[in-house]
Design a protein around this ligand. Sequence first.
Ligand SMILES: [Zn+2]
Length: 153
Amino acid sequence: MAKKTSQSKICNDVDETMIPEDCTTDHDENFGDSFDLAPKKNDKPSFKYQSVVRKRDERNKLDAQTCAQCEEYFSDLSPRKRAEKIRNVCRHRHVFAPPKSPEHFWEIGIPDTLECKRRGYIRDEEDFSEEELSRLRERRRRYRRRRSDDVEK
Ligand SMILES: [Zn+2]
């Protein structure tokens, strides 16, 4: 009841019976002229979000995920022991876990040629199949034909 009296101090013309019991938001002066708007009861968003969860017991309720470094660190344990360790120790706890970064996402700079070839960024002509090669040759032929047409004009 103390809450309702504090609300009625803010806006005198509001009928107290119109304010729901579980309403916690403070109302501004023009609340009285918008009675057709129902106050929001559920403030939880309908989409996935990132939030900070504090307090150890609150965090322990959340599921623990592992990052690549954690996976490597716990890799020598047996699967059962590993799962138990991750559940008790791991600090990656989210209400909604964000997607993991793609491989090499956080590497700075351009990798050397050998590494590029290994990852498949660069391909030698020997690596192409016969079908891909014929498609490439046709593309080159069309390009050269168009260039020679442009030069004649
Ligand atoms: Zn980790």
